[in-house]
Design a protein around this ligand. Sequence first.
Ligand SMILES: Cc1ncc(COP(=O)(O)O)c(C=O)c1O
Length: 399
Amino acid sequence: MKLSNKISGIKPSPIRKFFKYTEAAKKAGKKVYFLNIGQPDIKTPEVFMEAVRRDGREIIEYAPSAGMEVITSAVRKYYLRYGMDFSEDEIITTCGASEALRFIVDCICDSGDEIIVPEPFYTNYAAFVRASGGAIVPLTTYPENEYHYADRAAIEACVTPRTKAFLMTNPGNPTGVVLTPDEMDLIAQVAIDHDLFIISDEVYREFVYDGKPLKSFGQLDNVADRTIIVDSASKRFSACGARIGSVLSKNKELLESLLKLAQSRLCAPTLDQIGCAALYGLEQSYFDEVRAIYEKRRDAVYEELKKIDGIICTKPSGSFYITVKLPVEDAEAFLLWLLCNFDDNNETVMFTPAEGFYATDGMGRSEIRIAYVLDETSLRRAIELIRLALDKYKALGMK
Ligand SMILES: Cc1ncc(COP(=O)(O)O)c(C=O)c1O
């Protein structure tokens, strides 16, 4: 018996291999600051549970495959606030952004088709595209260039006759890069010129700092027929376990095809749709409060990072991640040493080595991703630990 080449080509999560080392560090009595998890620590707003309790149904039956009216109408209203008018039949409810992305690439890719993705990228994109039989063509970005990717010549160098789409996270995971309106226009124009879909993963939409404008590809009329927006309740409302996402598009053919996949899995979880509908109805003040918390954390992390000699990092404009180039040759080896051989007052730190966010071999070996989903004091201490550890690493002659 033999499994598919598609599945054997998918790499396991790069984080999993560190699990046993963090467990061993904890068992040895060390406190580990976890900077590797993209799980918000903010309380899920109570309206979720209130709505579920109020619903009081006696049978948790299947919901419509495209989503219950309660959630699609709530998502529709939420988008109207940003000047985007999607009718309810232009919104399909999915089991998180993860399922949305899987369905989208399944609808778009035949075997050997290509999707351009700026790297470093959210690692699961590689699994989704690979499982569909397609291939990611990475558009490499660099810490020295603040991970910017809206460069016409660089994008066009990735285009081949098999290119079907441009896929990006905006605001970015893992870099925190936020596209400017001009950069979005440029990507839109390249997509028009080469007849590509734009898959815009906007699950971090509200996490944009410094008063910068909150722009979505859904606001660009000239690409309305080729834009596919990926949405999720996970990060926006601190509701990762609720498993509710959406696909929004004006492209009827895409929506009809995607609905076939949605029907094949019957429905997204019924109670989660009810709870998330209440979340989508939250006032603007909720987003402002949460944004202010993350912005302060971003500032704290950046301030501490700036105290470290030899690192390269830019203050990110969005999401809750920052990618940093460390003055070490191999960030993975440094992390292993941190977990196994280092402590300061019995404390150490865990982050994500960034190599796994690149599709190009050898890229990102010195880089790490930090998720700032801890309180400010813990974040400052965690970055201090990285600084102290780097000093010791260097003093030991390690690179
Ligand atoms: C960029 C990006 N897209 C999609 C997802 C998956 O989100 P969901 O929980 O909605 O499946 C994540 C989760 O971390 C993410 O970072």
